[in-house]
Design a protein around this ligand. Sequence first.
Ligand SMILES: NC(=[NH2+])NCCC[C@H](N)C(=O)O
Ligand SMILES: [Mn+2]
Ligand SMILES: [Mn+2]
Length: 323
Amino acid sequence: MSQEKKWEPLKKVGIIGVPFEKGQKKYGVSVAPAALRYAGLIQQLSEIDGLDVKDYGDIETPGIEEVKMENMAHLAPVSACNKKLSKRVSEVLRDDRVVVTIGGDHSIGVGTVDGHYQVNNDMILIWVDAHADINTNKTSDSGSVHGMPVALLVKEFCSYWPYLPTMDWQGTLVSLRSVDHYERLAIEKYKIPTFAMEDVEEHGIKKSIEHVLKKLDPENKRPIHVSFDIDSLDALEAPSTGTPVRGGLSLREAINLMEIIYATGRLRAVDLVEINPAIGDESDRKKTIEAGLCVLKAALGFSRRGTAPRGVIDLPVQDPDAQ
Ligand SMILES: NC(=[NH2+])NCCC[C@H](N)C(=O)O
Ligand SMILES: [Mn+2]
Ligand SMILES: [Mn+2]
């Protein structure tokens, strides 16, 4: 479908909130969609030059009965939420909008990627995260599904799961600096392309992301999905998150990464997950939410240079008759 198409940034976006936190153990990450809306999410995105923003509301899955699954907490609500989310993501994409999903914890990446894959099965995935999120219930120390979504999605892992559909897309992990032993083994076994912080160190963020894009899609023809975990940022830049790790991306690097991806014209889905407004004090919360908004704006065409008013060609002059 996308082969002959000339890519240009879509100037329409659809927002989905996912107040879901059962993929991990801490209270508060489900409050993020409300906190971001309250901080001006819709308004700030609407101020981006020419951007049409539609809010598709929140995904809610109350009262799902739990099922037992070894070392995999809250599997039933996690999968119910992801099923609903997947449908909504597909709907937004079919409305010809870039889909922006605000989590929630990172277990919701299963639903966003699945929903995107249903519409664009040639998509590529860029998972920006301090963690690899590629545990299975056999390797995870925490039993939390937010540490497993990548393993739930890729077909190479299907033999490790008793069920669940898996996908054929190509993906890469960027910004890694907290990888569990078995995760490293899995990455090496399946040669999952990864960019750890050492690589960002060596090549800089611009070269790193350009390399990733070239590797996953040498012909520049595939739709892009970015799943952005706020903990990819240094914990000093984004302290209000459940599993913070120091030594991460600066906000400037993350903004630059998103600007480069925006400029391809092929970005079709962005997830922003793991902001937990209940962690830290007022200043931590503010910093983290602001960082999330900056990252989203960069992904959707906000220019740090500024933009002149539309249709206006000269500066206002003083009216000579005015007193
Ligand atoms: N999405 C996240 N923040 N994931 C953190 C995962 C931490 C750890 N590797 C685990 O599996 O439990
Ligand atoms: Mn994550
Ligand atoms: Mn993470």
